[in-house]
Design a protein around this ligand. Sequence first.
Ligand code: ZN
Ligand code: ZN
Length: 324
Amino acid sequence: MQADNVEVFEVAKGFLSLVAKENILAGSFLADVWGPVVSQATPYTIQVDVNKHVDPVGPLKRTNHSCYPNAKFVYEPRLKEDEIMGFDKNHKIFWQLVATRDIKKGEDITFDYTTTEYEMARAFKCLCGVANCLGEVKGFKFLSPKEKVRREKELSPMQADNVEVVEVTKGFLSLVAKENILAGSFLADVWGPVVSQATPYTIQVDVNKHVDPVGPLKRTNHSCNPNAKFVYEPRLKEDEIMGFDKDHKIFWHLVATRDIKKGEDITFDYTTTEYEMAGVFNCLCGMENCLGEVKGFKFLSAEEKVQREKELSPVMRKLSNSLI
Ligand SMILES: [Zn+2]
Ligand SMILES: [Zn+2]
């Protein structure tokens, strides 16, 4: 009832923490919330209803708080009690903990206690050190109106629930539709640290500025006949997100351009954002209009450029205009 890639670890004398055993992708399952239900909160319980708290069995007991967490709850059970052989009838299964962003091997897994605890059984001083750190963590009840609004946004993740990163063949990851998706649907925000050098994973957001995307955008592959494209404006504001890391920025967002079937790869056309690709590759999309070798917008024929005109990023327009 927990993922293989997490373990409880004594990070300092007497201080246990749930830690990533390997690199973990955003959206990954981490642990189920389950255990006996008690009526009184303790520093370890998680509130599941009015006067109902689960005393979690397993790693959730050792998952610490952060004001800029890397995990959050999906508020539905992953497993059904009656499907588990000999499941103790005094225990119940509630929600599941999932990664909200890519987590590096050795990093602590954290969630924001004020998203589940109305009044903490025991207030404590948070030492997470992020820009919007609460300091004393007392529970949702004690937050300022602004802090409460930030948490509402935080509960709406930076990627849609209906997409996930899947290893489609050995070592090859792809963003895939978990269910049927309608044209126009939001898929994922484009956000992360900004770097001056392009890599095969970055997305060019301005002249000499490339975002190294956090989460599923890193695993969204190219197609010459894609089913997604960027809306060139941010969906969320950085200052509306609780504890948003000041070294990260939010740029555009990815939306579906047509209905996408469950199991289908989500793709966009890399030449709409990359002027010169850091990693040239051979496209295998097999479409009639396939570019073959994908090198960047700069290397397209005049006709191919015109075909992409409507979908071009602002920086692509800037770069191509300045050179005409
Ligand atoms: Zn904090
Ligand atoms: Zn192609």
